[in-house]
Design a binder for this molecule. Sequence first.
Ligand code: ATP
Length: 285
Amino acid sequence: MVLLEKAPAKITLSLDVLGKRTDGFHEVKMIMTSVDLTDILELHERHRDVIDVSADSQYVPDDERNLAYKAAAAFKQQYHLTKGVRINIKKNIPVAAGLGGGSSDAAAVLRGLNQMWSVGASRAELTQLGARLGSDVPFCMTGTTALGTGRGEVIHPLPSPPACYVVLAKPDMGISTRHVFPRLNLNNLKHQPTADVIRSLEEANFRNLCDSVGNTLEPVTFSMHPEVARVKEKMLANGAAGAVMSGSGPVIAGLVRPFSRARRVYNGLRGFCDAVYIVRLLDQR
Ligand code: ATP
């Protein structure tokens, strides 16, 4: 049997950092939602007790370091399974971009294997298993708009954002989250945007949403890579109603209405960035 699973990219509409915990992680509050830029995973059932993974991207490991591999291994161990799987990943989500591609692949493997091997694990069980693989995996289990607390793995559902287009612009670099957090000055945290973003979602107010999106990590990434700040400026100058860095960057997500304006933003950024996409929110009202 071959099962296809889609793994959507996520963007952060807000990211607050509350402090550093004794376990070394930062305590965060972030609002996440999914967009229709997706990796496609083929899960090939195998009779031998082996996991193989391959991806059509030179930036993604094709061994046990791949998050999809880790997810399959964790799932097999959790449910005492001796079956095998070959996982082929078509990577459409840029790697190390702040779009949670690896976490989404891991969540897709958990969903897919649960179905393929008729294990019957509940969503809550899979989410708990996912949290052991990475902070973003629990959000990726559902992908609807949510507030993540703790290190981002405790998920609280939120109202869907108002419908709009999202222009994703990726400067020509990859950034690892673990290089950004240590550079954050916890004594100088400016405005934390999450409370305002929650209010705008509750009011379904597009204008207020665009005005309130924000990310406490932006100053850190912008000081390491000033070109990311320039992409954000250019996004707004070309007509995005709001723009925010996703995760630890470098992707900047611009919220835009209507499509003709999204096209203008896209055209203004093409050539200036490594990759630009116009996508839709997967969860919108
Ligand atoms: P992070 O916040 O962990 O930096 P990100 O969302 O910005 O994540 P990802 O695309 O998930 O970025 O990639 C982060 C790292 O994980 C990369 O260095 C990549 O080599 C590794 N990785 C492992 N498995 C995968 C996978 N299935 N897809 C993408 N990257 C993967």
